[in-house]
Design a protein. Structure first.
Length: 181
């Protein structure tokens, strides 16, 4: 019987490490946003597991919303063309936004999202990414909060997918090349 685990080359971030990342980032965000009007905006679909666990460790009043964007289609690299699939429902005026992203790779999509949201009247915009691949960045974008850096491999699990598969793995692993090539 085939399982998702058989397609993983190596576990890069374990479930225990993910739990520690969420605790660490949640404590820092709690401190940094103590006197702010916090709106946490998850980038769907990849951030949903991370955002859910992270917000459980933020000990502040907050609101949640989601933004669905696409720049990958069914492939493994960004096309660079960003498409808004689901926009934020809340008027951003008066809020301090925390954008929660699963992975920051080239930065094109997140750069587009930040520039778009800056025009909507938020007090501030901060970025929290679970995973960072700084060597792949093609735009000048530095996240405010980073879970950890990962090597330049195609990673899945804990919300990250390949063609809508593997999101439900409880860890982050590198996908075997023969799966996506």
């Amino acid at each position: 019987m085939a399982t998702l685990n058989n397609d993983i080359n190596e576990i890069l971030v374990s479930k225990d490490e993910l739990d520690e990342i969420n605790r660490r980032l949640g404590a820092q965000i709690t401190k940094d946003f103590a006197d702010k009007n916090l709106l946490v905006v998850g980038i769907l679909k990849g951030s949903v597991y991370f955002m859910t666990d992270l917000t459980r460790h933020i000990d502040l009043p907050l609101k949640l919303d989601f933004l669905a964007v696409s720049s990958y289609g069914g492939g493994t690299t960004s096309t660079g063309a960003v498409k808004i699939i689901k926009d934020i429902d809340i008027d951003l005026a008066g809020y301090d936004l925390l954008i929660v992203e699963d992975i920051l790779d080239s930065g094109r999509t997140l750069d587009y999202v930040c520039r778009m949201l800056k025009t909507r009247g938020a007090n501030s915009i901060s970025v929290c990414t679970l995973l960072d691949k700084p060597e792949r960045r093609v735009v000048d974008l530095t996240p405010d909060y980073v879970g950890c850096s990962v090597p330049d491999e195609f990673v899945v699990g804990y919300g990250l997918d390949y063609d809508q598969q593997y999101r439900n793995l409880p860890y982050i692993g590198s996908l075997k090349r023969d799966i996506y090539e």
